[in-house]
Design a protein around this ligand. Sequence first.
Ligand SMILES: Cc1cc2nc3c(=O)[nH]c(=O)nc-3n(C[C@H](O)[C@H](O)[C@H](O)COP(=O)(O)O)c2cc1C
Length: 177
Amino acid sequence: MTRTLYLFCAAAPPIFHVAGVVEDAQARGWDVCLGLTPTAAGWLEDSLSGLETLTGHPVRSAYRMPGGGDVWPQADVIAFAPITANSLNAWALGLTPSWPVGVVVEGIGKRIPTVAMPCVNQALAAHPQVDRSVAMLREAGVTVLHGAGGWVPNPSGQGRPAEYPWHLVLDAADRAS
Ligand SMILES: Cc1cc2nc3c(=O)[nH]c(=O)nc-3n(C[C@H](O)[C@H](O)[C@H](O)COP(=O)(O)O)c2cc1C
C-alpha cells in the first residue's frame, strides 16, 4: 500500500533542493504532498507548478476557506525539514502562524508520526528558546533531528545548503511509518 508523506518546508536555503528530495522520497515508495510556509512558497514561486506536477498534488501553503474539503490524502508521516527557528519555536509553543505549522501543532494531538530537522546557524541555535523547543517537541513524541545524528548548527555565514542532510529525514520517516 502507498504511504503518504507530508513534506513541509520553512524558509531556509536548503528548500532550493527540494525537488530532488521529493524524487528520493518517491523512490522510497512515498506519495509526497509538499507544504510550504508562505515565505518558503514565495522563495519557490517560480518552481511551484513544476513541484505540483512532480508530486501530483497541489502545493499547499495557506489555510483553506471554511467549508472546503481536503485536497490531500491522509498523512502516514509528516516530515518538517528544513524547519526554521521561527516555525520550530511557534510549533513548540502551540502557535499556528502558518498552515504547515498549524498542521503539526494539531498533528501532536492526532498522534501523526512526525519528524523534524531544523536548519539554524549557531547564533540562532544559541537562543535559549531553541533548545527548549527541541526538548518540548521531543517530549511530545516528535523525532527532532537536532545535534548529533541530525542537523549540527553551522557558524553564521557558513551555511552549505547543498549539504543539508535530507537523507536523515527520509531515513527517520521510513522508520516512523
Ligand atoms: C537568505 C536567508 C536565509 C535564511 N536562512 C535561515 C535559516 O537557515 N534558518 C532560519 O531559522 N531562518 C533563516 N532565515 C530567516 C527566515 O527565512 C525567517 O525567519 C522567516 O520569517 C521564516 O519564516 P517561516 O518559518 O514561516 O518559513 C533566512 C532568511 C534569509 C533571507
